[in-house]
Design a protein around this ligand. Sequence first.
Ligand code: NDP
Ligand code: MG
Length: 407
Amino acid sequence: MTEATDTAQEIPRGPVGVTVLGATGTIGVNTLDVIARHPAIYRVVALSGNQQVERLAEQCLRFAPEFAVCADGDAAQRLAAQLRQAGSATQVLSGMAGLEEVASLPQVDQVMAAIVGAAGLYPALAAARAGKRVLLANKEALVMSGQVFIDEARRHNAELLPIDSEHNAIFQCLPVDFADGLEEVGVRRILLTASGGPFRDASLDELANVTPAQACAHPNWRMGRKISVDSATMMNKGLELIEACWLFDTTPDNIQVVIHPQSVIHSMVEYIDGSVLAQLGNPDMRTPIAHAMAWPQRMASGVGSLDLFDIARLDFAEPDMVRFPCLRLAYEAMRAGGTAPAILNAANEIAVQAFLDERLPFTAIPVVIEKTLEMTERHEAKNLDVIMVDDRIARETARRLVTEGVR
Ligand code: NDP
Ligand code: MG
């Protein structure tokens, strides 16, 4: 990644106002890298982080946003003190209210929703309700709230553009207008590619002894810790399956997951005439970020050319749902409907954190999720209140299962 040499004051400030939620994370940092390449087009209005105060302070000094938000109150105070000392004019806000505020400011046109996990739901929803272009990286938000989120975005004329590389690829392979459904535009099915993660070829015995450090070392992508573990269990693909159903108004039966270890094809769309369109590129999140920000135009992202001679071959395989039950659980939860995907997501967040804290073996992650799904009553997901109640109950159940030491 290139380092900026310009000071914030020297950077021209473009007309498109952007809020980057989760600016201190992997997606946030990549977003700011893209923005820095186009200072005449984009103007950073607000940045948010949680614990990484130093990094957020550096970003504020470089991009001079009007607002910076720390979800955590203590962190916000530390940030404000640092920025004051550095003579920055950035105003510091805190908490969920601060996140929702900067997602819906009138001077903001685009909101990068890149907070990890359920914490990102309300700020992303605030952006949708304010009719912004929502650059959706936070897949958990859509998994949890599904139809509610889609309806709110529609009602408020928000543009929902996928950042997740697979969904961005699918979006690129679809005609511009698919609002009347995939069938109407001749789509037979979606082929959702998956790298298979770092343990693609591991045996069940080997999986039982996986450590957090091993799980976070993804072969092709550099990502935050939670999504890295999700990739290793293949729950990431399960969440993406659900995300794709909502984004493209389709069902799990129209989506085939394809293991593709090279992560060069980011996903495909198959049409009824037998044509299969694919989007390819180096595995670098700056491509989907630049695509969604510039859409329907194109702009440089800093990502180099794909060297097909170097790649030489592309492999494909069927996913193994026995070694990776998380994918099966996601298919089942989406088919069950209602709050089942929210329960799945909540249990997964608890189980992944417990694994990262070394309180749960890797292979017990799907066990916690499956048992939580069995033990938590599912409801029709008619509004956010219902969803959040089931989310809370599922988290309590999953925590109890972790404490009881399920295997
Ligand atoms: P990271 O863990 O790298 O970053 C997460 C960001 O969210 C950080 O800015 C973090 O702040 C902030 N954050 C964490 N907890 C909270 C909270 N409770 N309240 C407010 N902010 C919080 O994750 P990634 O960037 O890898 O992923 C972000 C999202 O994008 C995830 O939903 C992921 O699934 C999705 N995604 C990521 C991809 C990738 O390649 N990384 C690809 C596709 C989707 P801080 O660090 O300051 O504590
Ligand atoms: Mg993805």
